[in-house]
Ligand binder design. Structure first.
Ligand SMILES: *[C@@H]1O[C@H](CO)[C@@H](O)[C@H](O)[C@H]1NC(C)=O
Ligand SMILES: *[C@@H]1O[C@H](CO)[C@@H](O)[C@H](O)[C@H]1NC(C)=O
Length: 305
């Protein structure tokens, strides 16, 4: 990886200076999905409580010390409609708002990621950013957001060609370095000629190439096989500031044994994937923690130029 890293550093990458190594942290989706019912599920619904508690665990259980420093919100955080033209966090679930949450997270020495969608709606039916790129990027920057996962539901090929570069430019215009994760190639089948990896590397820091990971060992085999089959394309596409993303780490949930989690972690590290845990850190076993806090494996993933 070191050889590839040095070589690829010469190629053009998105010029925002972030994600020089694959981003690491915790992302809500695979484990917590779109549970907005905080009355019935106060501990696991998508609300500020969940993000505050996972952030606390990242610090207290030694995660941030080995590099897992991003707390990442996924879909289903806002109200169903814009308020005064702005995407608005559901005040019942985020009573203090996202800016406050970012301040709290930053106060712990961590970063905050948020989710948007380049179409008319997010996959869960919440407001998308099509036509609102400037407004939304400015709002994310003003809140102190450090990473944007930008999904592609409710958009077509032609709209994606405009929308993904438009958000990249809008983020750049804010002046705040924000890691930009594009789901674009996953909506284009993941491979050339539909996917132009040269262009992606110029406008995105991270991109999801393939379908959403599920809590299932067979899915890890399927994703790994796809990565192996297309290594010729994928290896060339990646480098400092621009990474392929096979999706989240799922150990600590219901499907994987500790050994299976080690296999996923090993493969993800070798392919220089972003390392986002998606599990409940409050209940993760010591054995599972040890898998993902293995600094020798993390070092394979975090080779920089
Ligand atoms: C915006 O793009 C310019 C030109 O590529 C670059 O020099 C600058 O660092 C970028 N700024 C941010 C905040 O991404
Ligand atoms: C891919 O994108 C690059 C960079 O924007 C561009 O120079 C090149 O012509 C594109 N390739 C194709 C096949 O469209």
């Amino acid at each position: 990886m070191k050889i590839f890293g040095s070589f690829l550093a010469l190629a053009t990458a998105m010029n925002n200076g972030v994600a020089r190594t694959p981003p690491m942290g915790w992302l809500a989706w695979e484990r917590f999905r779109c549970n907005t019912d905080c009355k019935t599920f106060p501990d696991t619904c998508i609300g500020e409580n969940l993000f505050m508690e996972q952030a606390e665990r990242l610090v207290k259980d030694g995660w941030s010390a080995v590099g897992y420093d991003l707390v990442h919100i996924d879909d289903c955080w806002p109200l169903r409609d814009r308020v005064d033209g702005k995407i608005t966090a559901d005040p019942a679930r985020f009573p203090h708002g996202i800016k406050w949450l970012a301040e709290q997270i930053h106060g712990k020495g961590l970063k905050l990621g948020i989710y948007g969608d380049m179409g008319t709606h997010t996959c869960g039916g919440f407001p998308g950013s099509m036509g609102y790129e400037k407004v939304d990027a400015n709002m994310f920057a003003e809140w102190g957001i450090d990473m944007l996962k930008y999904d592609g539901c409710y958009s077509n090929d032609d709209q994606q060609k405009i929308g993904y570069p438009a958000m990249s430019q809008a983020l750049n215009n804010t002046g705040r370095p924000i890691i930009y994760s594009c789901s674009w190639p996953a909506y284009q089948g993941g491979l050339p000629p539909q996917v132009n990896y040269t262009l992606l590397g110029e406008i995105c820091n991270v991109w999801r190439n393939y379908g959403d990971i599920q809590d299932d060992w067979d899915d890890i085999l399927d994703i790994s096989k796809w990565w192996g089959d297309h290594a010729d394309v994928l290896v060339k596409a990646a480098g400092p500031g621009k990474w392929n993303d096979p999706d989240m780490l799922i150990g600590g949930n219901y499907a994987l044994t500790v050994n299976q989690a080690q296999v996923q972690f090993g493969i993800w590290s070798i392919v220089a994937a972003p390392l986002f845990l998606s599990t409940d850190l409050r209940t993760m076993s010591k054995e599972m923690r040890d898998v993902y806090q293995n600094t020798a494996v993390i070092a394979v993933n975090q080779v920089s130029d």
